[in-house]
Design a protein around this ligand. Structure first.
Ligand code: 13P
Length: 241
């Protein structure tokens, strides 16, 4: 199982000390089959990379520019630059960026550039509360998948992170029956080679006991709770207990 920490726009150089507990845990037997990936803000990627030198914790970024080449794009960072400083993953299509105007087309370009730079992609999809209430969840997800992965043949390096927008940072999670059905729906949209599917949205040490029972899930994308090492470790421990 994958446990991916999305730190969003939080953290500074003082945060590095909080990682000691997780590094120790990652070397213990208790990590079981868990794989940890941290996605800190751009400013901390290099420091995290150095910090994780002697352990198996991996690193990702939270976004990238759509061009894999260098260019006159003030304030942006591309996938090649991320790979160069030690990132192996990148989150693309997070709803917090979709809300700010990131389109399916732009997301598709970003995914292509990230794959070209040999990054693995954590591709986020999810419906809003309004879409859910109108019974549009499946059609929204299907559209996001089709457009986001348009003309991408090698999907092996794309993880799909299902994050219902209404569940992010709200403490609300989907009913287990609904979540299981949605995960199955997403998986069935792919042929023989199924991508890894993650769930994200208010995952915490309390609800993990329920969430871990969802069939066919390959891991979790964790926001708020991942900034607290104890909570993050608890989530992983409880997944295997
Ligand atoms: P929370 O876990 O804080 O709800 O955030 C989820 C998320 O957006 C991860 O990408």
């Amino acid at each position: 199982m994958y446990f991916i920490a999305n730190w969003k726009m939080y953290g500074n150089t003082n945060s590095l000390n909080t990682l000691n507990k997780v590094i120790k845990f990652s070397k213990s037997k208790e990590i079981n089959k868990g794989r940890i990936i941290y996605c800190p803000p751009f400013t901390l990627i290099s420091s995290f990379f150095r910090k994780f030198q002697n352990c198996l914790i991996d690193i990702g970024a939270q976004n990238c520019h759509e061009s894999d080449d260098y260019g006159p794009h003030t304030g942006f960072i591309n996938s090649r630059m991320l790979k160069n400083i030690g990132a192996n993953y990148v989150i693309i299509g997070h709803s917090e960026n979709r809300e700010k105007g990131e389109t399916n087309k732009l997301i598709n370009q970003k995914i292509k550039s990230a794959l070209k730079a040999n990054l693995k992609v954590i591709f986020c999809i999810g419906e809003t509360l309004k879409e859910k209430k109108n019974g549009k969840t499946k059609s929204v997800l299907l559209r996001q998948i089709k457009k986001g992965l348009n003309k991408i043949s090698k999907k092996k390096n794309c993880f799909i992170a299902y994050e219902p927008v209404w569940s992010i940072g709200t403490g609300k999670v989907p009913k287990l029956k609904d979540l299981e059905e949605t995960i199955k729906f997403i998986k069935n949209k792919f042929g023989k080679k199924k991508p890894k599917i993650l769930y994200g949205g208010s995952v915490n040490p309390k609800n993990i006991n329920d969430l871990k029972t969802i069939k066919d899930l390959d891991g979790f994308l964790i926001g708020g709770a991942s900034q607290n090492s104890k909570k993050f470790i608890d989530i992983i421990k409880k997944t295997y207990n």
